[in-house]
Design a protein around this ligand. Structure first.
Ligand code: ADP
Ligand code: GLC
Length: 497
């Protein structure tokens, strides 16, 4: 198939969270299945890693994109995803994207986010048309590109060579919907007739995520459990009604892991590489390295927990903060890495101050350290309030670090709780709790500590985790089935969606 993946971020070019990992890994996996894939992202010059290889080159294509009452130029650059033949098209418009960060500054969203991403969405469709990509499907991701299905269905269907192109939207996080005041409707360039409760309006506002759900041929989200949760009032963030109405075209597909980036046997960030056969020597070496690096006592016997996270309400840092003092009375070490909301950062920095022999907190975004923590720790904390999929629990499994997670979303779909039964049938991979409370989290951490003291149990958990298949192969095939369904539905769909 000919597949265009549109996203506001993709590794290694720009990343704030899992979306960036997923888009690039899925694109590569689809390419390996023999499909022709183009990734289209905005060009953020300030986000690019140093020594990017291959380099980004001009494509000598530029065109004006109507936005509101004026037009802004889109200049197309191109490169390939490192280690693959997947083409990446970068939409350059410095006034929108040459900024120090992707979406916000000082904790506040950029005031022109609607304009920036309406521009980008239009530029994606226009790129497909001008470069004659003739995609069978355009796959949009999250609210930033969720206008694309509406543009395809409302404007381009009959006229521009995109008439049979299927539209797919993946919801990576329903909490972020791209909600803007109604006057921003003019930035979409679509007729006001679409601003109604069945299509682009929700609770009086323009809602781009809803727009994408309504106009797409197929909607996916990043785990089967999250696909169910978002159809309930508790998990639906106000859009559960819309999602329930579209449940026949809603599919949950679990994310995978890119083995080029996350594989302890080849990871260039590690002091020692290891696999299932050498984990008994390799992991202690990585642990000692991490302890030294973080200034913690280098002890092999102390259970070491890690957490790598955007510091946001989603991630369960409030319940963690409430039980940390009690947990830190035990003989444990903890490595925290993250950036985000100031009060969570300060809470974890304060814990390092209070327990300098036990806690190391690093504020910031640090790709290398994220890998080193995954390899060096014994157990990984992910007590999320909600979690559409989550990647770090899967990285943890592969790196032989036992995940401690709340039973929600993709965490429920990828971690098997340790019980006498799951130990006996050798399916146990981690520790889970249901209640969103510090008490439940604390009890689960204590359960983890108890298991750690039993070497046979712990070794079994590590080995079962490392043997899990978290690769993209299976999920990429599921996406292909969704693309085929989208294309078939598109052909049968009325012109205005
Ligand atoms: P989300 O997308 O909600 O943030 P995921 O678990 O899907 O959660 O993905 C988060 C990704 O971002 C992982 O690859 C994780 O390692 C990475 N990450 C998060 N915070 C940091 C950080 N401070 N430094 C390095 N990597 C980080
Ligand atoms: C979102 C979700 C996360 C998911 C990621 C990639 O950021 O919060 O759970 O893993 O998208 O799909």
């Amino acid at each position: 198939m000919r597949i265009v993946l549109a996203s506001s971020e993709a590794v290694p070019f720009a990343k704030t969270g899992g979306l960036a990992d997923v888009v690039s890994a899925l694109a590569k996996a689809l390419g390996e299945l023999g499909h022709q894939v183009w990734v289209i992202i905005p060009h953020y010059p300030q986000q690019l890693p140093r020594n990017l290889s291959p380099a980004i080159e001009p494509a000598n294509i530029s065109f004006p994109v109507p936005i509101g009452t004026r037009a802004a130029d889109a200049r197309i650059l191109w490169s390939t995803l490192p280690g693959s033949e997947v083409t990446v098209l970068h939409v350059d418009q410095p006034a929108y994207f040459n900024r120090p960060s992707l979406y916000n500054e000082g904790g506040r969203d950029f005031p022109d986010n609607c304009e920036r991403f309406c521009f980008f969405s239009r530029a994606v469709v226009e790129t497909c048309r001008r470069m004659v990509l003739r995609p069978d499907v355009i796959h949009a991701n999250d609210w930033q590109t969720a206008l694309i299905p509406a543009l395809l269905k409302a404007e381009h269907r009959k006229t521009t060579g995109l008439s049979n192109t299927g539209a797919v939207l993946t919801i990576h996080n329903l909490a972020f919907q791209g909600r803007f005041w109604h006057w921003d409707m003019h930035l979409t360039g679509l007729d006001w007739k679409y601003f109604n409760w069945r299509q682009m309006e929700a609770y009086g506002q323009l809602n781009l995520m809803k727009t994408g759900i309504v106009f797409s041929d197929m909607v996916t989200t990043v785990s089967p459990t999250y696909a169910r949760e978002i159809q309930t009032p508790e998990g639906g963030c106000g859009l559960n009604g819309v999602l329930t109405a579209h449940r026949d075209s809603l599919v949950g597909i679990l994310n995978g892991v890119d083995p080029d980036d996350w594989n302890p046997a080849t990871d260039p960030h590690l002091a020692r590489n290891y696999d299932a056969a050498t984990v008994a020597e390799g992991k202690p070496a990585c642990k000692a390295w991490l302890q030294n690096h973080l200034g913690l006592p280098a002890r092999a016997d102390v259970p070491m927990f890690g957490l790598i996270s955007r510091m946001a309400d989603q991630k369960g840092l409030d319940i963690l903060g409430q039980c940390l003092d009690e947990v830190l009375q035990q003989d444990v070490q903890m490595a925290f890495l993250g950036t985000g909301e100031r009060h969570y950062e300060e809470m974890l920095v304060a814990k390092q101050r209070d327990y300098p022999q036990k806690v190391a907190t690093r504020i910031g975004f640090n790709e290398g350290l994220a890998h080193q923590i995954e390899a060096g720790i014994d157990a990984f904390l992910m007590p999320s309030r909600y979690e559409p999929c989550g990647l770090n629990q899967m990285y943890s499994l592969i790196y032989g670090s036992v995940p401690v997670v709340r039973t929600v979303g993709g965490l429920a779909d990828s971690v098997v709780d340790t019980t006498p039964e799951t130990l006996a049938n050798r399916t146990a991979t981690g520790f889970r709790f249901d209640d969103y409370s510090s008490e439940a989290l604390k009890r689960t951490i204590f359960r983890t500590l108890e298991a750690y003291r039993n070497r046979a149990t712990w070794t079994q958990l590590m080995r079962t985790g490392m043997a899990q298949d978290c690769s993209w192969g299976r999920s990429a095939k599921e996406y292909v089935r969704v693309y085929e369904q989208a294309q078939a539905k598109s052909a049968a769909r009325p012109a205005d969606g």
